[in-house]
Design a protein around this ligand. Structure first.
Ligand SMILES: N[C@@H](CCC(=O)N[C@@H](CS)C(=O)NCC(=O)O)C(=O)O
Length: 252
């Protein structure tokens, strides 16, 4: 089986897929795209992924896009070390959580990410270049134009952080329901993998807000000590490793 993964080191969606590859010890050929330079919008890449985003999986010529779809696909074609519950009811519950995660934390975390990490690069662009770049994005055009070159206003940042806080509370309730330590109980599933990059990101941006939820604190420690974690978050995968202005803020 030959796997090629088009992705970006710092992309939260890519990190889900790299984690599953590493946990299953499946070799893959990693193609790194530079998202700030627009590699994801080039015509050849758009032929593979018309959404103009990473990740994209090429498995012996078969193209699979969308990170949660890719992780489910990998769990089907390489079922050893499974991340999917056998019981159909639990499997449905896992998928419900994956939908919740895409709608809530995965979407919300883009607001602090763009405001705190990417905005300085966009501010260096001329207005015309910025609008042209935003308009070339199939999926994120309106998001970029709403952010503009002055960033999302405080109300948007607060709302995004509130949505993230509700995610930690939901995780806490799920871990309590299942008996933990993972969202669905004793075994790590694709739902844990799906939410992981959002918590890693917000922690990296210096805004974690789950210290009063001990079950989530333990979950966070557990996921970071998984053997697949380090190879997934190789150097350059954290925004603080790529953007010096974030490091200055963290040490200020
Ligand atoms: N639902 C998609 C979302 C993919 C996505 O938003 N990817 C981001 C990185 S995490 C991206 O490629 N952004 C580039 C851009 O906005 O131009 C998935 O889970 O794969």
């Amino acid at each position: 089986m030959a796997f090629r993964l088009y992705n970006a080191p710092q992309s939260t969606c890519s990190q889900r897929v790299r984690f599953v590859f590493n946990a299953k010890k499946l070799p893959f050929d990693e193609v790194k795209l530079n998202l700030l330079e627009g590699d994801q919008l080039k015509p050849d890449y758009l032929k593979l992924n018309p959404n103009g985003v990473v990740p994209t999986l090429d498995h012996n010529g078969a193209i699979v896009i969308d990170s949660n779809v890719i992780t489910e696909y990998l769990d089907e074609v390489a079922p050893e070390n499974s991340f999917t519950p056998e019981d159909p009811v639990e499997r449905a519950h896992m998928r419900t959580l994956m939908h919740f995660i895409d709608e809530m934390p995965a979407a919300a975390v883009r607001v602090p990410t763009f405001n705190l990490a990417f905005l300085p690069s966009f501010q260096k662009m001329s207005r015309e270049a910025f609008v042209a770049m935003a308009e070339s994005k199939p999926l994120r055009r309106e998001f970029m134009l709403t952010m503009g070159q002055s960033g999302f206003p405080k109300e948007e940042m607060d709302a995004a952080l509130a949505r993230l806080r509700r995610t930690y509370e939901r995780m806490d309730a799920e871990i309590e329901r299942s008996g933990g330590p993972w969202l669905l109980g004793k075994k790590i599933t694709l739902a844990d993998v799906a939410v992981m990059p959002s918590l890693i990101r917000i922690h990296d941006l210096g805004k974690p807000d789950w210290q009063d939820l001990p079950r989530v604190v333990t979950w966070f420690d557990n996921i970071r000590s998984q053997p697949a974690f380090k190879p997934t978050f190789y150097h350059g995968s954290l925004l603080s490793e790529r953007f010096p202005h974030l490091r200055e803020k963290a040490s200020a």
